[in-house]
Design a protein around this ligand. Structure first.
Ligand SMILES: CC(C)(COP(=O)(O)OP(=O)(O)OC[C@H]1O[C@@H](n2cnc3c(N)ncnc32)[C@H](O)[C@@H]1OP(=O)(O)O)[C@@H](O)C(=O)NCCC(=O)NCCSC(=O)C[C@H](O)C(=O)O
Ligand SMILES: [Mg+2]
Length: 279
């Protein structure tokens, strides 16, 4: 994964002002939402507003459109309307690979992303991740909590089985995967803790609901100076060991093997991609 997806900001497609504002926000990706953040009465107008917004320049930000489900009155038209003009279409409540097949058949050339937010979606995560048109996966932890009848806890214990299954599925099939939203958008400390947890688990980034959450997600999911320094020193230590015919180096009292060098190179590539994107 070289494309940074540290911060993925949802914007209701009915909110023209917010869509315009996002053109200058430091988000790696934007999800323009036609689904849950837009009321049924607003949906037709939101589609028109979004089409207008997507004519504007969003710089290097990945532009993803979350359509309504195909089982709704709007889903199929949403998909057709944004088959071009956006970088990807996000399928809500993907529960089986067939849910992606149905959208893929409507829009044969558009990359797909999938919302993983149902109990069935967790159990079928591997087959969903294997879908040939899939590029990225998004955790929908609000819907998942609703389906599970789970209570929200700071440690997200009730979510762990689902988060872990989806992460395993994404990694097994080389997909981008971003963590669910943190609802209390004025609670910076809580957001940071949840971002750190998602980063520790291996998520590429976090979905966000408010611009005030961007800086924390970008900081937590981007390589820190200390991580970049360690990566450089690991590569150098391993090269020096290799020059002496050794496969294992020791740095700061820890072994460095080829697999650590692979991770170190990925860290530097990500830092470089972020620097390029923000230049
Ligand atoms: C949560 C909000 C309703 C708060 O809105 P508001 O009260 O207007 O916030 P502020 O006054 O603090 O806004 C300050 C300025 O920032 C702009 N703004 C606000 N939110 C966004 C945004 N998301 N993107 C871009 N810009 C934004 C405001 O326009 C103000 O600008 P200005 O007037 O120039 O000062 C609101 O933040 C919001 O609607 N957030 C998104 C909610 C959403 O999309 N929800 C759906 C996705 S979550 C979900 O469904 C996850 C998943 O499916 C699951 O199951 O878990
Ligand atoms: Mg949802």
């Amino acid at each position: 994964m070289t494309r940074p997806c540290r911060s993925v900001l949802y914007i209701p497609a009915a909110n023209a002002r917010a869509m315009d504002k996002a053109r200058s926000l430091p988000a790696d990706a934007i999800i323009f939402d036609l689904e849950d953040a837009v009321t049924p009465a607003e949906k037709p107008a939101a589609r028109v507003l979004l089409a207008q917004a997507l004519q504007q320049d969003y710089g290097g930000r990945l532009r993803i459109v979350r359509i309504n489900g195909l089982d709704s009155a709007w889903g199929a038209d949403d998909a057709r309307a944004f088959a071009t003009g956006a970088d990807a279409v996000l399928v809500p409540k993907a529960s089986r690979p067939e849910d992606l097949d149905e959208v893929a058949a409507l829009i044969p050339d558009t990359p797909l992303w999938a919302m993983l937010e149902t109990a069935a979606g967790m159990l079928n995560a591997a087959q969903i991740a294997a879908h040939p048109r899939l590029q990225g996966m998004v955790m929908g932890t609000n819907d998942l909590a609703k389906e599970l009848n789970a209570r929200f806890r700071a440690d997200r214990l009730p979510m762990m089985a689902g988060l872990g299954l989806c992460l395993l599925a994404a990694r097994a099939h080389g997909r981008i995967i971003v963590d669910g939203v943190f609802n209390a958008f004025k609670d910076d400390e809580g957001l940071r803790a949840e971002c750190e947890q998602g980063r520790d688990m291996g998520f590429d980034g976090k979905t966000l609901i408010h611009p005030a959450q961007l800086a924390i997600a970008n900081a937590v999911f981007g390589p820190s100076e200390a991580e970049i320094d360690l990566a450089r020193r690991q590569i150098s230590a391993h090269e020096q060991a290799a020059a002496q015919g050794l496969g294992v180096a020791v740095l700061d009292g820890r072994i460095v093997e080829n697999l650590h060098v692979v991770t170190a190179r990925a860290t530097l590539a990500k830092a470089e991609a972020i620097a390029k994107m923000t230049a």
